[in-house]
Design a binder for this molecule. Sequence first.
Ligand SMILES: Cc1cc2nc3c(=O)[nH]c(=O)nc-3n(C[C@H](O)[C@H](O)[C@H](O)COP(=O)(O)OP(=O)(O)OC[C@H]3O[C@@H](n4cnc5c(N)ncnc54)[C@H](O)[C@@H]3O)c2cc1C
Length: 466
Amino acid sequence: MGEVSYDIAIIGGGPGGYSAALRAAELGLKAVVIEKDKIGGTCLHRGCIPTTSLLQCAKVLETVNRAGKFGIKVEGISYDWQAVQKAKSVSANRLFMGLNTLFKQRKVEVIKGTATFDEPELIRIDDATKSRAVRADNIIIATGSSPQIIPEFQRNPNMAMNTDQALEISEVPKSITVVGGGAYGVEFASLFKTFGSDVSIIERAAHLLPRDDHEVAKYLEKSFTKRGINIYTNTKIQAAVQLNGGVQIKVENQSTGEVKTITSDKVLVTAGRIANLDDIDIETLGLRTKYGFIDTDSDMRTNIEGVFAVGDVTFNPQYANFAFSEGIHAVEIIAGVNSPTLNLKQIPIYTFGYPELAKVGYTEDEARQVGFEIETVGLPFQAVSRSAINKEDIGFAKMVSVKGGPIIGIHLIGPDVVDLISEAMLITNWEATAEDVAQFLHPHPSFAESIGETVLKLAGKPLHSL
Ligand SMILES: Cc1cc2nc3c(=O)[nH]c(=O)nc-3n(C[C@H](O)[C@H](O)[C@H](O)COP(=O)(O)OP(=O)(O)OC[C@H]3O[C@@H](n4cnc5c(N)ncnc54)[C@H](O)[C@@H]3O)c2cc1C
């Protein structure tokens, strides 16, 4: 088994691995990506892209359903689920081809196969036909994560789908129970509701999106309830049984003790994902883990010299933009170029669907816990004229600011707010105060004014609100 040597070997070609490889190529390093499936990883094939594509189809349906409000007549509205699925696959395939082209243009080598560590600098790669070995001074583990079968469904895993299966579902279920009220749960609940399912969502914590600002999470629950989604927060599953082709779940409210039964055609478990560590033999390597994920320092170094880990396989938030930031940072550290400190609080977090949510920086509770002396302001989107034009009644912006100091948290819920968080990210990361930003008046009428108006309010000079 001959060995080939590289400056960097990257295990996994998802967002963490491919961003590292592309940056390594830019820096003139000899890098290889080892991928057992398809480059693009979960994000491109089973995550961000297919989910957001389906949600885009849902958005078109919602727009058509609301056409009458704008005097537009559309008769006989219906959808073809197979065509919706195809629209999703077409987007993913186009992006997959684009990524392959980018790899070729930057001359990034890809080896197909499953990587295992033989020793810290030596990787064995097995595929269906042969084994080979790669030696590298630096190795980046970017093996990602997979859906988890939670204990409540372990006795009969066929009772529930995971997100991979939900994305490929052949028809829209009449009713569905979504287990887990994190980002994926909220996105799928929103998706299936738009396509006509009767949707229930179960979450153990007191709110959906428990890591979001509590006021924004409450706002989401109100808008989901208005859409007819049944929400069971603070609720744990007691038992689940298969029944006449459907599933019956017995749930208990953890504060009142009240027990209820939810029956639905399908169950989708979105709660929790596990790090993909089985193949790489972390015991042989002696890699330190934290709650089942690889433990790293802020430069993505593991406890083994020359071995880095990035993306979902680490304990950091599981989003593609975190994986991109970590992959690029790890390579820059390896290359010895000046790489800004990676501060996870600077990276936005978001949830698609209707409504969308996006945040950057501290929630009100986090800021208080850390000990900041803060003030907060909230602004309903009704204060923004675009809201009346678009006939939208949903939308809320909240800012958390150090008293007399910088804005440290921005939280948005409403239509298309994920696109607005980029401006918010610049405000918090440049540690701008309300006074610094208030002078910049936003395009009118636009939803971007929600940020401008909230800043004006924080600066004590509101324009279209009190
Ligand atoms: C339903 C869903 C929706 C999502 N939506 C969004 C979204 O809208 N926006 C967002 O930012 N994030 C979203 N995410 C999260 C995002 O997909 C992940 O954070 C991101 O893919 C993590 O990238 P990664 O490179 O760490 O891992 P992955 O993308 O999981 O890639 C890991 C790769 O490693 C390969 N691999 C694993 N083990 C080995 C081995 N031993 N040898 C060789 N190859 C190996 C795998 O085949 C895989 O291709 C979503 C996730 C899900 C599940």
